[in-house]
Design a protein around this ligand. Structure first.
Ligand SMILES: Cc1ncc(C[n+]2csc(CCOP(=O)(O)OP(=O)(O)O)c2C)c(N)n1
Ligand SMILES: [Mg+2]
Length: 285
């Protein structure tokens, strides 16, 4: 491999990567009997494309200076990122059984100091994009060509600090910044649009109005995601880029997809096996 192209996805399909991410997340959820499983299942396709198509990184050297940064704003999505980092070989699979336990490297809310590949501590929502703006600016000043990806949630669009970061990124012409919004239309107490709508206009139009190159895609369609991630990286203008990913909470496990409250799920002991069996019934090549 040439220097820098370090993602390991060449011979494994993205379908298989997404399947493995869902499976790893379910196994972690089972350790605690509960967790942010709906988010992990929903965003698995976005993470598969991020880690196994878009990002340049070295699994054995997570702090390589040339890596693309992946900043997870949403600390409660840590289970999803661990699932991807395990599949990427940054974290070992046998640590799944420590998930959420004392002294684990995989606490339930993401902590940068604990976990290789967890670049920021994102539990207090609304700060990830601002941190990414600072990192993007720093990389440019050091002439480091790496990109900064920030995964944030639709709930974070209700935070004023997110929109300060949106404006700053344009001011600083951060063409190395790619925001990924997991728009599952859910937040802690119900539908996002009911809590604080970021419309009028489509979500993409809002970001465009601020000067971003914006795309809106089905976040559970791997091919659409590949196209959007490629276009985000290749866009020629001196502007930051956003991909708004419309995802479905609990995607891939039908009996969870239809649950009413999915922000934090408690799953009965026998249902974990049911969920895993459902995934295992059809293993993508
Ligand atoms: C600044 C801040 N306010 C409130 C919370 C509590 N909180 C944790 S997750 C969450 C929901 C945020 O929306 P979103 O991330 O879209 O939720 P999800 O899609 O995961 O249900 C809230 C309000 C927090 N972590 N940080
Ligand atoms: Mg949400």
């Amino acid at each position: 491999m040439s220097d820098g192209i370090e993602n390991t996805g060449a011979n494994v399909s993205l379908q298989r990567r997404a399947w493995a991410i869902r499976r790893n997340a379910l196994r972690m959820g089972e350790v605690q009997g509960q967790g942010y499983i709906g988010q992990a299942l929903g965003v698995a396709d976005v993470l598969a494309v991020s880690f196994f198509h878009a990002l340049r990184f070295r699994p054995q050297d997570p702090e390589w200076d040339g890596r693309d940064r992946f900043y997870l704003s949403i600390g409660h999505y840590a289970i999803a990122l661990y699932a991807a980092l395990i599949e990427a070989g940054v974290l070992p699979e046998d640590e799944i059984e420590t998930y959420g336990m004392d002294d684990s490297r995989m606490p339930m809310s993401g902590m940068a100091a604990y976990t290789p590949g967890m670049e920021i501590t994102g539990g207090s929502l609304g700060h990830g994009l601002g941190i990414a703006v600072g990192a993007g600016l720093g990389l440019k000043r050091k002439a480091n060509p790496a990109f900064v990806y920030n995964m944030l949630s639709d709930g974070e669009l209700g935070e004023g600090s997110t929109w300060e970061a949106v404006m700053s990124a344009v001011q600083w012409e951060l063409d190395n910044l790619i925001a990924i919004v997991d728009f599952n239309n859910q937040q802690a107490d119900g539908p996002t649009r009911a809590a604080l709508a970021t419309e009028p206009g489509t979500e993409a139009a809002k970001w465009e109005a601020f000067g971003w190159f914006a795309q809106e895609v089905d976040g559970n369609d791997l091919q659409a995601l590949v196209r959007a991630f490629d276009a985000a990286r290749a866009h020629p203008g001196p502007v930051p880029r956003v991909i708004i990913c419309n995802t479905m909470m609990c995607k891939g496990v039908p009996f969870l997809e239809t649950r009413d409250k999915t922000h934090f799920i408690r799953v009965e002991a026998d249902e974990w096996a049911k969920a895993l069996n459902h995934l295992d019934a059809e293993v993508p090549l």
